[in-house]
Ligand binder design. Structure first.
Ligand SMILES: Nc1nc2c(ncn2[C@@H]2O[C@H](COP(=O)(O)OP(=O)(O)O)[C@@H](O)[C@H]2O)c(=O)[nH]1
Ligand SMILES: [Mg+2]
Length: 358
């Protein structure tokens, strides 16, 4: 594979055509490939399952150029009616637990069953040169070469909110491009797990063997979010310890009240490296989808997530409009001065500033 350009691992890849491809759309897209693609071309390229079009479109979403915001919005709107048809799976765990290795093995397992798999990442600390997936791309060598796989490293950005928005929108585009399964890797630090949890159907937590004492140090909140826990690296000398960890985590999970989903989270052991225990995890996910589809929880959760993102977006827009207003910025500085001199209170200052914006 040639060296990845900018933030995409797949941009340099040829056009992949699948059976269900809309050939006229592909032809139209191919013939213009060397020019900057128009929005219509990008949209029809995506719907024709064209990886290059998908890649270019995500680049548009990630762009900081205000001119691109409008274009990205139009593109997403066109793709929305074709979205929503995948299973979205979040994968989390501390650095080194084996997330990238797992995604590689799991992804290959899915493509061997004829599924098309998109891999996205959320890592607000990442930059183009050290994204969580990009940094690990050698570990995902086999997956990168698979025509039924699309890998996109985390958008770069300083705020988790910004990175999250881009990933949410990328999910829409990937679904419109016909991907059946979307895997989202998150770094197991900070708030990124909660963010990923709010955009996936199923949340898988990877853990290391030997949890007896590790259980003490675990972030309790994360266990509560998990729909399944997989003890990875259950191979060689680790196997016994992994089984003990399985028992420990199982009893820990049973301390939590039954989830509204009607699903009881489960603990399995696996070896991403030796490709063991992988199918059992996929079967669990399929069980989850079946159960929650039957009891309507699946769709309810997606609706709740949409509502959550609506509110998040409003909050984000309001605050950025507020803080980017130069008059308010000046007044804010003045109020900070007054605060330092004990001439106002934080609440009085806030009220005054908020009135300026209304
Ligand atoms: N023995 C063993 N090692 C593994 C397994 N999965 C991953 N590793 C190793 O653990 C290290 C970290 O894996 P990586 O996938 O980069 O973890 P990440 O930081 O969570 O993405 C690498 O050296 C992997 O080869 C496994 O199932 N068994
Ligand atoms: Mg990784």
């Amino acid at each position: 594979m040639s060296k990845p350009k900018k933030s995409s691992l797949q941009e340099s890849k040829g056009v992949s055509v699948s059976e269900t491809t809309n050939t006229s759309a592909i032809a139209a897209f191919k013939s213009r490939r060397h020019k900057t693609s128009s929005l219509n071309e990008l949209a029809s390229g995506i719907l024709a399952k064209n990886i290059t079009a998908l890649s270019q479109s995500i680049t548009l979403i990630e762009s900081q150029n205000p001119k691109h915001f409008e274009q990205a919005k139009t593109l997403i709107k066109t793709c929305l009616p074709h979205a929503n048809k995948s299973i979205r799976i979040g994968i989390t765990g501390v650095p080194g637990v084996g997330k990238s290795t797992f995604i590689e093995t799991f992804g290959k397992h899915l493509t061997s069953q004829g599924k098309r798999v998109a891999v996205l990442a959320i890592d607000p600390s990442s930059t183009i040169s050290k994204g969580s997936i990009l940094g690990d791309k050698t570990r995902m060598g086999d997956l990168v070469k698979d025509d039924n796989v699309f890998i996109r490293p985390s958008a770069s950005g300083t705020s988790l909110g910004g990175v999250a928005r881009k990933t949410r929108e990328s999910i829409v585009l990937c679904e419109a491009a016909g991907f059946d399964v979307i895997l989202i890797e998150t770094v197991g630090v900070g708030q990124s797990e909660t963010t990923v949890h709010s955009m996936v159907d199923f949340f898988l937590l990877l853990k290391l063997p030997g949890a007896g004492d590790a259980l003490q140090g675990i972030k309790r909140g994360i266990i509560e979010l998990a729909d399944a826990i997989a003890i990875n690296k259950a191979d060689g000398d680790n196997l016994d310890r992994a089984k003990i960890a399985q028992i420990d985590f199982n009893s820990a999970l049973h301390l939590y009240p039954k989830n509204k989903s009607g699903w009881q989270p489960k603990v399995t052991v696996c070896s991403a490296l030796r490709k063991e225990g992988i199918d059992a995890i996929w079967k669990q996910i399929l069980d989850y989808v079946r159960i929650t589809t039957e009891n309507n929880y699946f769709i309810k959760k997606r609706n709740q997530q949409n509502k959550f993102w609506l509110i998040q977006t409003i909050e984000h827009q309001l605050s950025s409009q507020f803080f980017n207003n130069p008059e308010i910025e000046a007044a804010l500085n003045a109020q900070i001065q007054l605060l330092e001199n004990n001439k106002t209170t934080p609440f009085a200052a806030a009220e005054l500033l908020l009135k300026m914006s209304s």
